[in-house]
Design a protein around this ligand. Structure first.
Ligand SMILES: Nc1ncnc2c1ncn2[C@@H]1O[C@H](COP(=O)(O)OP(=O)(O)OP(=O)(O)O)[C@@H](O)[C@H]1O
Length: 226
C-alpha cells in the first residue's frame, strides 16, 4: 500500500543560520497510524512538520537534501495547493490560524477554497463543531473566545477540509487543563475513525494516544517508546 509519508535521509538548514537542523531524518508512516514525535526545544520538530506539509520550501525557504514523498510523490513536484488538499496542519498558536468574523465563517473558509459545494460545507460545519463540542459558539467572533476554545475552532477548521493526513504541532501547549482534556478526546475520536496523524507534543496523556513514539535528536528521528 502507498504510504502517506516517506522521508529518506532528509537534511535541512534555513537560509539564515549556518547549521543543518535535520541531519538524515528517516520516517515512514502508514495509513491510519498515529505517530508522536518528541524532542527538545529547537530540535527541529516544527521544521520537519513544515517540510511534510510543504510550507518549507514553498513558503519558507531553506536548503533541503534527501527525499520527502507524500503518497508516493516527491513534494518537490507537488504544488502547495495539491498538498493543502490532502495535508492539514494545526499550529501551537491558534491566533496565527483564525481570521474570520464568525466561527462558522472560519470553518467554511478552507472548504470554500477547495471549491466544496455549499450544502456539503454546511454539513462539514455541523460535523466538526459537534466533534469539538463548540456548537453553541457558531456565531461568535473567534477573537472573543478563550485560547483553548480558539484552538478547538482551529482544529475544526482544518478537519472541515477533510485532509487525509493531519499534523498537530504542539496544539495543547497554550491551552489549560480542561482544554488539554478536550483535545485528547478529539484525538482519540480521530484515531477511532482511522485517521492518519503526526503529532508533536510534550503532554504525556496526548503522547500515549499514539501508536508509535519517536524522538528528534541530533537532527535524526529515533525510536523512543512503543
Ligand atoms: N525561519 C527560521 N529561520 C532560521 N532559523 C529557524 C527558523 N525557524 C526555526 N529556526 C531554528 O531552527 C531550529 C529548530 O526550530 P524548530 O522550531 O523546528 O524546533 P522545535 O523542535 O519545533 O522547537 P520547539 O519545541 O521550541 O517548538 C531552532 O534553532 C530555531 O531557532
Amino acid at each position: 500500500m502507498i504510504k502517506p509519508v516517506e522521508v529518506h535521509n532528509l537534511y535541512f538548514k534555513y537560509r539564515i543560520g549556518s547549521d543543518y537542523i535535520l541531519k538524515g531524518v528517516d520516517l515512514s508512516l502508514n495509513r491510519g497510524e498515529v505517530l508522536a514525535i518528541t524532542g527538545l526545544s529547537g530540535s527541529g520538530k516544527s521544521t520537519l512538520l513544515n517540510i511534510i506539509c510543504g510550507i518549507i520550501p514553498h513558503i519558507r525557504k531553506g536548503k533541503i537534501q534527501g527525499e520527502v514523498k507524500l503518497w508516493g510523490k516527491d513534494v518537490k513536484d507537488l504544488k502547495i495547493a495539491q498538498i493543502t488538499k490532502k495535508v492539514g496542519i494545526v499550529f501551537q498558536d491558534p491566533d496565527t490560524q483564525l481570521f474570520s468574523p464568525t466561527v462558522e465563517d472560519e470553518i467554511a473558509f478552507g472548504p470554500e477554497n477547495l471549491m466544496v459545494e455549499r450544502g456539503e460545507i454546511g454539513r462539514r460545519i455541523e460535523k466538526t463543531l459537534k466533534l469539538v463540542q463548540m456548537e453553541e459558539y457558531r456565531c461568535e467572533n473567534p477573537n472573543n473566545l478563550s485560547g483553548g476554545q480558539k484552538q478547538l475552532i482551529a482544529i475544526a477548521a482544518v478537519l472541515a477540509m477533510e485532509p487525509e493526513l493531519l499534523l498537530f504541532d504542539e496544539i495543547t501547549s497554550q491551552v489549560d487543563e480542561e482544554g488539554k482534556g478536550r483535545i485528547k478526546d478529539i484525538i482519540s475520536k480521530l484515531k477511532e475513525q482511522g485517521r492518519t496523524i503526526i503529532l508533536v507534543d510534550h503532554n504525556r496523556d496526548i503522547l500515549e494516544l499514539a501508536d508509535r513514539l519517536m524522538e528528534l535528536k541530533d537532527g535524526k528521528l529515533e525510536v523512543k517508546g512503543w
